[in-house]
Design a binder for this molecule. Structure first.
Ligand code: SF4
Length: 481
């Protein structure tokens, strides 16, 4: 007799449960998917929920949404794999009522219903708000780079093209030199170089000329369209830096706002920008629209520090916490930084390290911003001048809305621990979603389709969070309440 646990004999007759429903207990996530899809007004969201009067009936969008929700919750994102699972996976069979759309129908649904699928993602966030999960007052904003299907080798910038064409020109020169030398040897000694070697050189030359033509056509395309980059596989993917120490990737920058209590992603946006500094107000306002509080605090890292963005967020009633990057040229040269000059709002003067008042002189315009300029008349005889300026006097400029930036800095100085909340909040969702996506991240091409893919990932992430927080029966009860 074996000392291991033994399975059933395949030929043994069994009395299996009579109903499909008996295989899916009340804690199974498919019940939450089913209940959520049931509560959606699919026609209002933009799906075609009307049956065709003639011809072969199509699949209901509710069924297709169930298949995708199941797929993204279980890291099955490919339409071919979903088709296979529909035929053999008991949970999906329960969810679909034994319907098995082919992979093309499944793929077309995701391709053709991008805006509606994005709205489903927003509907889930609205549901979270209704059941009291968005009652906190802190959100963290962050951007992360996600890889596109486009490889680095198939992405070109002007610099890369110039480098490639330079290398090709040098190689062509080398091979042409080789051919010239062969002619000289023949003329001087009558010796003919081996035919195979000549043939190889000619072949290489032909290949290089073909490559140069290809690169020049990409360059021409850039001239015509004004693009700064060309990606051949996914035209919308962009080469972007991940962090200062990490190599560049070709992909998209996904912006998210994550609330700090339950770590739910309440807003997200897929962008083609390789930086975050223009995204603060867009994400903060989107977060403010869904959170219940009217005192929202939005925390972001120094990559988001931009005066106009901070002011726009504050004017929308959101308190932002963003550290100022330390990138002063004066400090780098070992001279006094602007932070060494204290502003006195009452007198509208700056107090310099030598204790002199820098008084207001005039207001000028720079990049559409009104900048006030201040200086003192005491610089010429100042003992600290060498540490301050090489000009006649040290001038300090102040943006007309700089008061707002001062409050933001004061707020951060009072509670610097808020910055730790940001990393603790945003890293979990990004880590989870990237591990679900696998090494290649996005599977689809172009911004429009990638945005749909991201919406499905965010929806699956949020659903998983709520299931873990509330438990599935309580979540279903809250949906039906
Ligand atoms: S150089 Fe002018 S601004 Fe600088 S410390 Fe001296 S007085 Fe102040």
């Amino acid at each position: 007799m074996s000392h291991f646990i033994e399975g059933l004999d395949r030929r043994q007759t069994m009395l299996l449960p009579e109903h499909l429903d008996d295989y899916v207990d009340e804690h199974n996530p498919v019940r939450a998917i089913d209940a959520f899809t049931d509560m959606l007004d699919l026609a209002a969201l933009g799906f075609n929920a009307h049956a065709a009067a003639t011809g072969r009936p199509g699949y209901h969008p509710g069924l297709m949404m169930r298949i995708y929700l199941y797929g993204y919750l279980n890291q099955v994102q490919s339409s071919r794999r979903l088709e296979r699972e529909c035929g053999r996976n008991l949970e999906l069979i329960w969810l679909t009522g034994r319907l098995k759309p082919d992979f093309k129908t499944i793929a077309d649904f995701r391709k053709d219903n991008g805006p509606a699928i994005r709205k489903v993602c927003q509907q889930f966030v609205a549901l979270c708000r209704n059941i009291g999960l968005l009652d906190g007052d802190v959100v963290a904003i962050d951007g992360s780079r996600f890889k596109a299907v486009n490889s680095k080798a198939k992405n070109y910038t002007r610099g890369k093209l110039r480098q490639k064409l330079g290398e090709i020109d040098k190689a062509i020169e080398r091979y042409l030199g080789e051919l010239d030398r062969a002619d000289e040897v023949f003329e001087q000694t009558g010796t003919v170089l081996p035919g195979a070697r000549m043939e190889r050189t000619l072949k290489k030359l032909k290949h290089l000329q073909k490559e140069a033509t290809r690169y020049r056509s990409i360059e021409q395309r850039m001239d015509e369209t004004g693009e700064t980059q060309v990606s051949l596989t996914d035209p919308d993917a962009r080469s972007m830096a991940t962090t200062a120490r990490m190599p560049r990737i070709v992909g998209y920058n996904v912006q998210t706002a994550v609330e700090a209590d339950n770590h739910l992603i309440i807003a997200h946006e897929v962008t083609m920008l390789g930086f975050d500094r223009d995204a603060l107000s867009m994400m903060a306002v989107a977060a403010n629209d869904v959170m219940t509080t009217d005192q929202l605090i939005a925390i972001a890292d120094k990559g988001y520090y931009k005066g106009e963005e901070i002011v726009a967020s504050e004017e929308a009633g959101i308190s932002v916490v963003v550290p100022k990057p330390m990138t002063s040229n004066a400090a780098a040269r070992g001279q006094f930084d602007k932070a060494d000059f204290a502003y006195d709002a009452e007198k509208d003067v700056y107090l310099c390290p030598a204790g002199e008042d820098l008084v207001y002189r005039f207001t000028g315009q720079q990049d559409g911003k009104a900048l006030k300029t201040y200086w003192s008349g005491a610089c010429t005889g100042c003992v600290l001048k060498a540490k301050c300026t090489t000009s006649k006097e040290r001038r300090v400029r102040r943006w007309e809305k700089e008061d707002v930036l001062d409050w933001v800095q004061e707020r951060l100085d009072k509670d610097p621990a808020q910055l730790a909340v940001r990393s603790m909040t945003v890293e979990h969702p990004y880590g989870t979603i990237k591990s679900w996506m696998g090494a290649t991240h996005f599977k689809m091409r172009t911004l429009k389709k990638v945005a749909t893919e991201m919406a499905l990932h965010v929806l699956a992430y949020n659903m998983t969070r709520v299931m873990n927080i509330m438990g599935i029966p309580a979540m279903i009860a809250a949906m039906k309440a």
